[in-house]
Ligand binder design. Structure first.
Ligand SMILES: [Zn+2]
Length: 266
């Protein structure tokens, strides 16, 4: 049994054939799919999908790329959604300095303002995680040290998975030292991603999870096409090879890790 710990099933890419996408995942041995929010309406859609499909669970939250649309305080609405029994975590939340306003005609002041809002919305979700006992899915891009600075003070109360991890072995060790985990996407199968495989190889077996980030980042041999949760199978095969363990061993470890990080997962 495998779990896709991070997919955007609510994206329009899946509207033509979502029931088939979910069925194909099951047929490929992916028995749970965690559909993750990027803003409030996406989070609501994830919860609706969890109601509709027994194998789908929801993660709710605000992605750092969407925080300018967020209310001053995201906690009340997320608190309400978090009461749903199939909500297993908060996210994806974090910091993303990759696309800053100044790269698109904005000013350095616009960049600074966006960073302030990202920081606030990230902390609000960490606070909510600490009070609800839910863990978090962290998105960090071009912002690893800043993200760690915000997250570390919460680490005794909240565990995180740093999703779509492409960091160095040293960065992975910083995450693991806080009792948190990293998860790998189809990038680990890309020819030009030897550095990601180096980090994967160094990652302890009890601190790693698998995800598609579908509809993005389809693994080889589907690279460039729409990604879907069934492709965790191809990713798992590569990860097992890099780790030098059997497919069964990898499946057991990553599934146990997902249940530890997401205790509400049935
Ligand atoms: Zn994502």
């Amino acid at each position: 049994m495998l779990i896709d710990t991070h997919a955007h099933l609510d994206f329009p890419d899946f509207s033509p054939d979502l029931p088939q996408v979910v069925a194909r995942a099951q047929a490929a041995g992916i028995q749970r799919i965690l559909s993750i929010g990027t803003d409030l309406s996406a989070s609501r859609r994830a919860v609706d999908l969890a109601d509709r499909f027994p194998s789908v669970y929801a993660i709710i939250g605000w992605h750092p790329g969407h925080v300018l649309d967020a209310p001053e305080n995201v906690v009340p609405e997320l608190t309400e959604l978090a009461g749903h029994p199939k909500v297993v975590a908060l996210g994806e939340c974090g910091l993303d300095f990759y696309r800053m306003p100044s790269a698109n005609g904005g000013t350095p002041e616009d960049d600074a303002r966006l960073k302030v809002v990202q920081d606030r919305v990230f902390r609000q979700q960490l606070d909510l995680a600490a009070t609800t006992g839910l863990n978090v899915v962290i998105h960090t891009r071009d912002s690893f040290s800043e993200t760690m600075r915000v997250f570390a003070p919460y680490a005794s109360r909240v565990r995180a998975v740093f999703h779509c991890f492409i960091g160095t072995p040293e960065q992975m060790r910083e995450v693991v030292a806080l009792g948190s985990m990293v998860s790998f996407t189809g990038i680990a199968t890309f020819k030009n991603a030897a550095n990601v495989r180096t980090t994967l190889q160094a990652t302890p077996l009890d601190a790693l999870m698998l995800e598609t980030d579908a509809p993005f980042l389809a693994p080889v041999p589907y690279r460039g096409r729409r990604c879907e949760p069934a492709y965790v199978a191809e990713l798992a095969a590569m990860v097992a090879e890099v780790k030098g363990i059997s497919d069964v061993e990898l499946a057991e470890a990553t599934t146990a890790n997902a249940h530890r990080l997401f205790p509400r997962l049935g």
